[in-house]
Write a protein of this length. Structure first.
Ligand SMILES: Nc1ncnc2c1ncn2[C@@H]1O[C@H](COP(=O)(O)OP(=O)(O)O)[C@@H](O)[C@H]1O
Ligand SMILES: O=C(O)C1=C[C@@H](OP(=O)(O)O)[C@@H](O)[C@H](O)C1
Ligand SMILES: [Mg+2]
Length: 165
């Protein structure tokens, strides 16, 4: 069963997940990277085919990734899929949260299509709608707003090792 990172856009799922995988000595999968490798840039999928198509592709990539023995970082909206929700129930799920204040500068110049229009306002709206899902699925919650990335990484690695004993 993989160790999975969930949470809102720009919380740090991809960056923290990659370093946790290195710390644990297991493979790392970023589902957005796989989507891009197979279908091209995410903005392009959104504008050319629409969000619904993106979610279909995402679901296929996520389903494959969750069968692997790896650390898996999902895109922020992947948990909207009910099959993904079912697969994550009972898994090791790290929820990375972040404040709107801290995320503001991380969104500057972002290519994430869902926040391309009105930045932090859109980010907050989307996060508020999804927060109950993140909270329900989480087995560990970390906040990246003020804590240096490597401290979070060390914490998750130690937690996971303890959990597996
Ligand atoms: N403490 C922190 N933990 C994780 N990421 C951070 C932190 N502080 C700043 N960042 C920055 O946040 C940005 C978003 O990270 P990313 O991993 O792409 O997020 P996500 O995959 O959740 O969308 C990166 O530019 C990263 O360097
Ligand atoms: O929250 C979302 O719906 C999305 C989050 C993005 O991933 P990150 O959470 O890694 O930024 C990416 O999958 C896509 O832009 C849609
Ligand atoms: Mg990411």
């Amino acid at each position: 069963m993989p160790l999975v990172f969930i949470g809102p856009m720009a919380a740090g799922k991809s960056k923290i997940g990659r370093r946790v995988a290195r710390g644990l000595g297991v493979p790392f999968i970023d589902t957005d990277q796989r989507i891009v490798a197979q279908h091209g840039p995410i903005e392009q999928i959104f504008t050319r085919d629409g969000e619904e198509r993106f979610r279909q592709i995402e679901r296929e990539v996520v389903a494959d990734a969750l069968r692997e023995q790896a650390v898996v970082s999902l895109g922020g909206g992947a948990v909207l899929d009910v099959d993904t929700q079912a697969e994550l129930a009972g898994a090791s799920v790290v929820y990375v949260t972040v404040s709107a204040a801290a995320v503001a500068e991380r969104l500057a110049g972002t290519d994430r299509p869902l926040v391309a229009g009105d930045g932090v306002a859109a980010w907050e709206r989307i996060f508020t709608a999804r927060r109950p899902i993140y909270e329900r699925l989480a087995t560990l919650t970390i906040d990246s707003s003020r804590t240096p990335m490597m401290r979070l990484v060390d914490h998750v690695v130690a937690w996971h090792k303890e959990e597996q004993r």
